[in-house]
Design a protein around this ligand. Structure first.
Ligand code: C2E
Ligand code: MG
Ligand code: MG
Length: 829
């Protein structure tokens, strides 16, 4: 009603034609848009100024032209269609394209209005609006949106927009991370966050609300399928429609996290046994020492080294060795429990931390449990394997304040437990004594011994009991150690076996013995078989026969001149393998001796199985030693039986360790064919053996072979005073090869003492070497005296008891002191 009134008013006020004209002209002429009139044919009758402004044509160029003329060609049909509709009286609007005179295409919004007179359309009024810029902006906007949208939709990271904790937008990646691709109801984001991370997420949200900067944060998503995904997110708070909104991106870092964790695990664990490794152990020990120090607690460090593990590894192969280590680790883990820390240091070495030790027997109990836990056999790939371990223990704070000292001391305790027969434990006390130190330093030097040419063979003849003819020889290895002098095989062969160096050493042995024998034969010396010793486990080595064949080929030695001595124990241990190796060796023509016979506790009937495979039986020295004309303890009988049995089995017999005429005679009576022993000759260096071989035969010996037969070097030069009761003294090594050492003490017994030197007994094998300086401490008349000197001779009085001559190194002052005490002593004697 209101608007009608206004129109009425306008009409009534402006009805004069001039006014109206003016009014229309203003709208027509000064309209910034293009306004024009067309006739019913579409020809332009009248354009306004705007028309030429927009299209760039002059009025004259426009008038009388059809409007189609200014349209882009492809737009014409649509325009025509519209135009027809206008002619039928309807207003039409369309977006179309005009062509500017110079500037190309224009986007135009065209409105066509029918002009009617008496109800009939007599023409068409048109308004053309240039919307080129508008359109371009709109297009650009669409373009940009499209670009961003596709970026976000395709993005590898999840994108989210949250309002009030609800997801108002999430890209497909986000939905797939949540496992909510098909969700139609609004998603509450926290429902998908791991419950343990809720608190953290809420804290992040609170921080975002108060701050202006974005935040990096991590949390775990629980996917609908139940999987847990680690994500790294970056979130920021913005305002959208005046509402606080959180926008952010997140990335799946599960794989990376796993890799990081794996790396960490690998850095601290041993992949084979999955036990913690050395690094972990060291760090844990440091940590536990701090705790023990703070709480004033004791802690024990254990070092474990499996006994003879290397044999298993070498003979049965690494894969069995590995499996054994895995099973051992499991057993140890079980018996140690969770409170104690077990680690594998490498190879067959393990270590344990026993924290909070309250009683001494706690340590012993643990050590025994470990030893007992290995007692039952391990079954691996059809093998039944037995293994034992040696353990060295040091205790905090008694044996060291820091990790390094404790580890070093546990290690040296381990040496002692190895020395005292393995499968046992040893708690560290004071420092190493001469014996353990020697073992320690020999083990270190062994690796170089072959390279540095420090090994040498001594040869001991085997002699025919009847004719004294040399019928063979045994090659016995020696180590010319730069500091310890001549080291006997008994001292380093077990070390070589323990460290695996026996393989290399074995090669040296085989090659040297064959090459030397061949060289002697070439030099025209009588050809004899020379035997080498092959240690028990090496005999089961896979390539043994192959290596022997190769060595024989290389040295061109006839196989019949090579003899192999194996011990009875090696035969007992793995009969099946041994029998087939024996057969192979027989087939290539190599001879076999069974060494140390009688010490392996095999029943004599057992020997039958080796008939035809073993050529020679060597009766162990322990039986020969006891041979006696009176035969009080029946040992003659045993020896006689062994000889008879061997001959019955068509084996030759060698008596080892024959030292006296009496032993020789008894053996001769028993028909023993071959004699090996000091009676004829000690093992001698190659050049001396050549002289023996040149003679070919021993003369009937007239000498007495009792005293001094084992004397290795020099004679005691100075007469001292024999003591009625031996004097106990403590001995230690103070200098070796010019190097000072500090070691624990070992007791010895002084039998005789003078100003220049003394004679003493010890169960330790020492070397005659001027470079080894010993210190002795004893008490005479309540006065402590110290003496220094080096061993000048030695004599093995019985198995493992040695008598030594020591030459003093004394300063004048000390000498006068000693002389005073000795005078006092002689006054009493
Ligand atoms: P074995 O094979 O039984 O060697 C005999 C040992 O008895 C040698 O000791 C020899 O010196 C000693 N002997 C010989 N006659 C007498 C005697 O009349 N009285 C006394 N008291 N002893 C005598 P050695 O040379 O110290 O060798 C000890 C052991 O070391 C050998 O015992 C052998 O088992 C081993 N061995 C030596 N050389 C090698 C080698 O090259 N390889 C391996 N694997 N073991 C070796
Ligand atoms: Mg031997
Ligand atoms: Mg022997």
């Amino acid at each position: 009603m209101d608007s009608n009134n206004k129109t009425m008013k306008l009409r009534s006020n402006h009805t004069e034609p001039d006014d109206l004209n003016l009014f229309y002209r203003a709208i027509f002429e000064h309209n910034p848009d293009t306004v024009f009139f067309l006739d019913t044919e579409g020809v332009i009758e009248k354009p306004n100024e705007g028309f030429s402004d927009i299209l760039g044509y002059t009025k004259e160029e426009i008038v009388s032209n059809s409007i189609e003329h200014f349209l882009e060609e492809s737009e014409v049909p649509l325009y025509k269609d519209c135009f027809h509709k206008v002619l039928s009286g309807r207003v039409q609007q369309l977006d179309t394209i005009f062509i500017h005179k110079n500037k190309g295409l224009l986007q135009i919004n065209l409105t066509l209005i029918p002009a009617k007179f008496q109800g009939k359309v007599i023409g068409v009024g048109g308004i053309a609006k240039d919307i080129t810029e508008e359109k371009e902006t709109a297009n650009e906007l669409i373009d940009t949106e499209l670009k961003f949208k596709s970026l976000i939709e395709e993005a590898f990271v999840g994108v989210y927009i949250l309002q009030n904790g609800k997801l108002i937008y999430g890209n497909p990646r986000l939905h797939s991370l949540l496992g909510a691709e098909d969700s139609t109801s609004p998603i509450t984001f926290l429902d998908y966050v791991h419950p343990d991370d809720h608190a953290g997420m809420i804290a992040v949200a609170n921080q975002l609300i108060v701050g202006n900067t974005g935040l990096d944060h991590t949390f775990r998503i629980i996917n609908k399928d139940g999987s847990i995904i680690d994500v790294e997110a970056h979130s920021k708070r913005i305002y959208s429609h005046n509402k606080s909104t959180i926008v952010g991106t997140l990335q799946d870092v599960t794989e990376r996290k796993k890799a990081e964790e794996l790396n960490k695990y690998l850095a601290y664990h041993d992949p084979l046994t999955e036990l913690p490794n050395r690094r972990f152990f060291q760090e844990k020990l440091e940590e536990n020492l701090i705790i023990s120090n703070t709480l004033q607690q004791k802690l024990a460090v254990m070092y474990l080294d499996l006994d003879r593990f290397k044999y298993i590894n070498d003979t049965l192969g690494h894969s069995i060795g590995d499996k054994l280590l895995q099973q051992i680790s499991k057993r140890l883990n079980i018996c140690l429990g969770e409170k104690n820390i077990l680690a594998r240091l490498g190879g067959d070495e393990f270590s344990v931390i026993l924290p909070n030790i309250t009683r001494e027997d706690q340590i012993n109990r643990h050590a025994l449990t470990i030893i007992e836990s290995l007692e039952d056999p391990f079954f691996i790939e059809g093998y039944k394997l037995f293994i034992t371990t040696s353990i060295g223990i040091s205790i905090y704070p008694n044996d060291g304040q820091d990790a390094q000292t404790l580890m070093k001391n546990a290690d040296s305790a381990l040496y002692k437990s190895k020395e005292s027969g393995k499968n046992t434990y040893y708690i560290y006390s004071s420092s190493m004594n001469i014996g353990t130190y020697k073992t320690f330093s020999l083990e270190l030097g062994l690796r170089n011994a072959i390279e540095m040419n420090q090994l040498e063979f001594y040869y001991q003849p085997k002699v025919c009991a009847q004719t004294f003819q040399i019928t063979g020889a045994e090659a016995l290895i020696r180590w010319n150690h730069p500091e310890w002098g001549l080291v006997s095989p008994g001292e380093f062969i077990p070390l070589a076996e323990e460290t695996g160096l026996i393989t290399e050493l074995g090669k040296w042995v085989k090659y040297t013995a064959c090459a030397q024998n061949k060289a002697w034969q070439r030099a025209g010396l009588p050809a004899i078989p020379i035997s080498i010793n092959i240690s028990a486990r090496r005999f089961m080595e896979k390539n043994l026969v192959k290596n022997i064949i190769q060595t024989l080929e290389e040295t061109q030695l006839d196989p019949k001149y090579l003899e192999i001595e194996i011990t009875e124990t090696s035969v007992l241990e793995n009969e099946k393998v041994v029998l087939s190796t024996l057969d192979e060796l027989k087939s290539i023509g190599v001879r076999i001796s069974l060494d140390d016979f009688g010490t392996g506790y095999s029943s004599l009937s057992y020997l039958k199985r080796f008939k035809g495979r073993i050529h020679t039986l060597k009766i162990d020295r322990s039986f020969i030693k006891d041979l006696n004309k009176e035969d009080p303890d029946n040992s003659n009988f045993i020896t006689k039986t062994i000889i008879e049995l061997a001959q019955h089995l068509k084996m030759e017999v060698v008596a080892e360790g024959v030292e006296t005429e009496e032993q020789l005679q008894i053996l001769k009576n028993y028909n023993c064919e071959t004699i090996q022993g000091y009676y004829f000759s000690k093992p001698v260096p190659a050049d001396e053996f050549v002289q023996l071989l040149q003679k070919g035969k021993f003369e009937i010996l007239q000498k007495s072979h009792g005293e001094g037969i084992n004397t290795l070097d020099g004679r005691r030069r100075y007469a001292g005073m024999n003591l009625d009761f031996p004097l106990v003294a403590s001995m230690t090594l103070v200098q070796i090869g010019g190097r000072r050492v500090e070691l624990g003490k070992t007791n010895v017994l002084i039998e005789n003492i003078g100003l220049e030197g003394m004679r003493f007994l010890s169960d330790m094998r020492l070397t005659v070497h001027p470079n080894i300086i010993l210190e002795f401490e004893t008490k005479l008349f309540h006065q402590t005296i110290k003496m220094y000197g080096s061993v000048s001779w030695m004599n093995e009085v019985q198995a493992d008891i040695f008598q030594y001559g020591l030459e003093f190194l004394v300063a004048e002052k000390e000498r006068s002191e000693l002389s005073r005490l000795l005078n006092q002593l002689s006054a009493i004697e």
